[in-house]
Design a protein around this ligand. Structure first.
Ligand code: SF4
Ligand code: SF4
Length: 286
C-alpha cells in the first residue's frame, strides 16, 4: 500500500480494466518500470511483452516463471500438439470452436514456454515463486529512491540458501534418497543429510530458507547462484560427491548407483523452474 501511494499505475490488466489499445496509445518510454510475471507461452504474450518493452524504461522479470520459465516450462518436455491433445482430447483442432467466429480462437501457442529474457531484453529480476516480501521490498526501496543497482541485477543473494538455513549439516553423506512424504524428517537436521533432495546448496538465498524452515526441501525457486550456474548439473555434482555406498560390514546400504537411481523425476526435481535453461534445451534439443 505504501508503494501504491508513491506510483501511478499505468497498466495492470489483472487489477484494472486496461486494454492492449491503451498500451499502444502510450508514447515510447512512458512507463518507468514494467513488472512482468509469467512465462511467455502464447503469441499474444510475446506481442504484449514486446509492446511493454517499447513503452517502458525498465523491464523487470517478476517471479520464477518470468525469470526462469517456471513450472509451466516443464511442458517444454512435450511437443505442442501433444500438449493440446492432452488438454483438449484427440478431437482437438486449431482455430475457434465449431461455429464460432475466428476471433474466438484461442491464442496461438509458441512451440515452447520462454523465460522473459528469451523474448525481450530484461533489466532487473525479482525472483521467487512467489517473490519473498523482503526481496520485493528491496526492489521497491531501490526503485523509489532512484538508487538502482547496475542493470542485470537479481534481487536475491549471491550466496547459497544453505548459508541462511537454520538446519544443521553434520553428516554430509547421502546413504539414501527419499521423497518428502516418505519420512518424518528430524526437525533440526539438514534435509539433504536425511536423504531428501534439497536444492539449498545451489539456490540463491533471500527467502530466509522458508521451505526448509517449514520442513520442506528447497525446490530452487530463487534460481541458481552465480557460482552454481546450471542448477541441475551443479546439484548432480553435489550429490555425486555426497553419496556414499555401504562400506564393509554395511551390506544393507546399496551401491552408489543404486542410491542415485532412487531420485524419482530427476528433471522435475532438479529443473523444476528452469527447463528452458537445461543444457539440451539451450542446444535446441529439449
Ligand atoms: S536443509 Fe537444505 S537449505 Fe538447509 S542446510 Fe540442508 S541442504 Fe541446505
Ligand atoms: S526455500 Fe527454496 S523453494 Fe522455498 S522459497 Fe526459498 S528459494 Fe524458494
Amino acid at each position: 500500500m505504501e508503494v501504491l501511494s508513491q506510483v501511478e499505475i499505468a497498466f495492470w490488466p489483472a487489477l484494472a480494466d486496461s486494454k492492449k489499445a491503451d498500451l499502444e496509445a502510450m508514447p515510447k518510454g512512458y512507463i518507468d518500470a514494467a513488472l512482468i510475471n509469467g512465462a511467455i507461452r502464447t503469441q499474444e504474450n510475446l506481442e504484449m511483452v514486446r509492446l511493454l518493452r517499447e513503452k517502458s524504461k525498465l523491464i523487470v522479470a517478476y517471479g520464477a516463471c518470468a525469470h526462469l520459465g517456471g513450472i509451466p516450462s516443464l511442458a517444454n518436455l512435450y511437443g505442442r500438439e501433444e500438449l493440446l491433445k492432452a488438454a483438449f482430447g484427440d478431437g482437438w483442432r486449431p482455430g475457434p470452436p465449431p461455429g464460432a467466429p475466428q476471433e474466438d480462437a484461442p491464442p496461438e501457442l509458441l512451440p515452447k514456454a520462454l523465460p522473459l529474457a528469451q523474448a525481450v531484453p530484461v533489466d532487473y529480476t525479482v525472483p521467487g515463486c512467489p517473490p519473498p516480501a523482503g526481496l520485493i521490498g528491496e526492489f521497491f526501496s531501490a526503485f523509489l529512491s532512484g538508487e538502482m543497482p547496475p542493470p542485470g541485477h537479481v534481487f536475491a543473494k549471491v550466496k547459497a540458501l544453505c548459508e541462511e538455513c537454520p538446519r544443521t549439516r553434520e553428516e554430509r553423506v547421502l546413504k539414501k534418497i527419499v521423497r518428502p512424504h516418505e519420512i518424518v524428517p528430524d526437525p533440526e537436521a539438514c534435509l539433504l543429510d536425511q536423504g531428501i533432495i534439497c536444492l539449498g546448496p545451489v539456490t540463491r538465498g533471500g527467502c530466509s530458507a522458508a521451505c526448509p524452515s517449514a520442513g520442506m526441501p528447497c525446490t530452487g525457486c530463487l534460481g541458481p547462484t552465480p557460482k552454481a550456474g546450471d542448477m541441475g548439473l551443479s546439484m548432480v555434482s553435489a550429490l555425486a560427491s555426497l553419496v556414499r555406498a555401504g562400506e564393509e560390514g554395511e551390506a544393507a546400504i546399496p551401491s552408489e548407483n543404486e542410491i542415485l537411481d532412487q531420485l524419482v523425476d530427476p528433471i522435475g526435481t532438479l529443473y523444476k523452474y528452469g527447463v528452458p535453461d537445461m543444457p539440451c534445451a539451450k542446444e535446441g534439443e529439449g
